[in-house]
Design a protein around this ligand. Structure first.
Ligand SMILES: NC(=O)c1ccc[n+]([C@@H]2O[C@H](COP(=O)([O-])OP(=O)(O)OC[C@H]3O[C@@H](n4cnc5c(N)ncnc54)[C@H](O)[C@@H]3O)[C@@H](O)[C@H]2O)c1
Length: 358
């Protein structure tokens, strides 16, 4: 496992950090990266430092309305720059000396995918079928490697399962929901459940302090707003940057979420650990402080074989940031995906499927 060549689709808040964290992990070489405007490719390995410097404060983020909803090439960007955070001359990857502008960034990576072991999809998920459709395009091109996403919404997992035959035929190992929650914390719940023969409830409660990362994570914040009472995904997608700022002001920078539609539920159910309805996810996001507003915990309550009822709790240190807890696990799951792919295990896998079975 010392020769994993990987690509990142989307170099926003998450994708950039994945590239950065990968430099601290063994055996990972970034060979391709793209955003909505450009692509950087080098099979000998990208100069990650240069790419990060060029895109610092210069992410081609933005609302999803400029991503077409039908399949194929139409899913490429169509040029709107509304909401794009662009402090340099050019937005995103094209500001790097390794980047080239393109109308077809994802297809450009697919064209090179014979020499790529794994592709992390750090793309927005405001169009729920966007990531499944991207997976389909890789399968149609006969890609035989790992695809991995960090998406959050439960309903997307079914859309991936619907495409499992196509993915298997192509030799793709798709690891879904492999960020922090779902991802890291789903895996923690799967481990914590091992004491029990019956799991009654899984409670995930997260805290994120995002002051210094706020600019870089506006895509994620927009998606989270859709989970607030009175909001849905369409409204969140259509909100202007000013409306988002006004909403954040109203809450003094602190947003609290309950009963979020996070795929930890279906991912734990498909691994046989508990019913999706017994999984509850909520948390607190503070965009004005780097301190976590609350400690992130996963509590799994269940009954042991000898009739005891107990709660196993997994707690993250407040010193570990959201970026550390999304990207470390995403790359860890990516490596686990490559191990499985090389062993001929194809199809759709959740984080809990890569851990001890229940
Ligand atoms: N599971 C977790 O714990 C977790 C945590 C945080 C974020 N996320 C998810 O990560 C994803 C990315 O979030 P982010 O904050 O990095 O978003 P972002 O808006 O900062 O970045 C998105 C990137 O995708 C690119 N992009 C958009 N449309 C594209 C297209 N058609 N072709 C090529 N590139 C395109 C953009 O240019 C940008 O580089 C979101 O779906 C978010 O929900 C998951």
């Amino acid at each position: 496992m010392d020769d994993v060549r990987f690509a990142v689709l989307g170099t926003g808040g998450i994708g950039r950090r994945t590239l950065e964290v990968s430099q601290h992990k063994d055996g990972l070489t970034a060979v391709a990266a793209c955003d909505r405007n450009g692509v950087a490719l080098d099979h000998d390995g990208l100069d990650v430092e240069e790419l990060l410097d060029a895109t610092e404060g210069n992410i081609a983020s933005g609302p999803e309305e400029d991503v077409a909803t039908d399949g194929g090439a139409a899913a490429e960007p169509v040029g709107s720059t509304e909401g794009v955070k662009q402090h340099g001359d050019q937005a995103g990857i094209v500001a790097s000396e390794q980047g080239s502008p393109t109308e077809t960034p994802i297809d450009d990576v697919i064209a090179e995918s014979d020499d790529i072991d794994a592709v992390l999809l750090a793309l927005p998920n405001l169009e729920h079928d966007f990531i499944p459709r991207v997976a389909e395009r890789f399968a149609e091109a006969d890609y035989g490697g790992v695809l991995i996403d960090v998406l959050k919404r439960s309903r997307v997992i079914g859309m991936l399962d619907d495409r499992e035959d196509l993915l298997k035929e192509s030799g793709i190992t798709f690891v879904c929901g492999a960020g922090a929650t779902p991802g890291f914390l789903t895996g923690a719940a799967a481990l914590a459940a091992q004491s029990f023969v019956e799991v009654e409830e899984v409670e995930i409660w997260w805290g994120v302090g995002l002051k210094s990362g706020y600019e870089d994570n506006r895509g994620t914040v927009r998606e989270d707003i859709a989970h607030l009472d009175g909001y849905d995904i369409e409204e969140a997608r259509e909100m202007s940057e000013e409306e988002i700022e006004a909403l954040i002001d109203e809450h003094d920078g602190v947003l609290e979420f309950h009963d979020m539609e996070h795929a930890d539920d279906v991912l734990l159910e498909r691994a046989g650990i508990c019913d999706a309805e017994d999984v509850h996810v909520g948390g607190v996001l503070d965009v004005r402080s780097d301190e976590k507003p609350t400690t992130t915990t996963v509590s799994v309550t269940g009954t042991t074989f000898d009739g005891e009822t107990g709660t196993n709790t997994f707690e993250l240190d407040d010193a570990t940031s959201m970026e550390a807890n999304v990207n470390g696990p995403a790359l860890g799951y990516l490596k686990a995906g490559v191990r499985n792919n090389r062993a001929g295990h194809y199809g759709v896998f959740g984080p809990a499927d890569l851990l001890p079975s229940f």
